[in-house]
Design a protein around this ligand. Sequence first.
Ligand code: URA
Length: 433
Amino acid sequence: MRAYDIILKKRNGYELTEEEINFFINGIMDGSIQDYQASALLMAIYFNGLTDKETSQLTMAMVNSGEILDLSSIDGIKVDKHSTGGVGDKISLIVIPLVASVGVPVAKISGRGLGHTGGTIDKLESIPGFRTDLDTETFIDNVNKFKMAIAGQTHNLTPADKKLYSLRDVTATVDSIPLIASSIMSKKIASGADCIVLDVKVGSGAFMKKLDEAILLAETMVNIGKRLGKKTIAIVSDMNQPLGYEIGNANEVREAIEVLKGKGAEDETYIALTIASYMAVLGGAFNDFDTAFEYMKRAIETGEGIKYLRKLITIQGGNPNVIDDPSILPQAKNKIEIKSDKDGYINSINAEKIGTAAMLLGAGRTKKDETIDHGAGITLTKKVGDRVKKGDTLSILHTNRTKWDDAINIVKDAFIINKNEIEPLKYIYKIIE
Ligand code: URA
């Protein structure tokens, strides 16, 4: 077998065999296939796509390129969730305790933020003392004892995906649906869950800007799950404005606590309840979505959800008093209000711009390994559809930095205010089961 023939075959639009896909991925990993040949294959895939069969086989080849977390010693059906990334997306902080509260084990491996999007691990690390560097034994033990654990990725999961992603990044081949789908699903499968709920974000702050592309990505990933024996459900949810009102690590923990106390933003609460309900159904706690949804709503009302968040914080070494007194969380010294310069209705709040401004205020990273400021971020005081008067506060910037002019300009630019009244945005566009 030769790399050349595989590239030629895909360039000419033919379906690759499992042997050819494995040969290529193994060759990339052992260095027998060069970066320029891998890049050529990626470009051929970009233009000619992959069939469902090839996409699943590529996913498995990437899974098998590294370690696979063995969660078989955890009792019950392990469910995982994944968001394709957004701004103000604190859903994991809400769903982990909710799902654990019905006895479904959640063994969550999460990432850090990069660019305009945040990461769950950074958010949790804003809680004083919270540890995300659990070794495998403690991780599995905690899930068995408490039904939940969350850790950063320390294992060598899917190294082939890392290698391919770094090539895609510099060869303009990131935005290929089968490559994105196999990349995401390979990481989820290597993380060892039995079932997966995917939150595919669409809109100005998301990776997928168009609804039809987001739906196709969601369908492709659900298909991979089906072919590889992992029950998978995807929701396609809105990211045309930030989720909830808070952006930035400590800010988002504060808002997640509010949601679990029943005082959270409607969009955030609804999406969290939906995802938690699908996870609970896949995990076997309920027979149908509606019953699960009713339970999850009640778990917020009765305080069961917040009880489990307190427990999660405690078992991972964090200070549980943040639940009763969120002012313990880091806060930035400077607070700058952005005011409306006209009367009208908020027509849009560009989520990517808000995420970028939050990053410039210190909440995010422009490159990997940069340190972040857990207290930095942005609080929105208005959402799309709201009426505003000239002089009303639209948002508050939080920063410890000494310069914030760029962030102010970006945030001002993010808000489009017009005379015409518009409908609030939908929360969820489609569910693919
Ligand atoms: N996120 C991933 O994990 N992989 C991609 O290819 C794109 C987004």
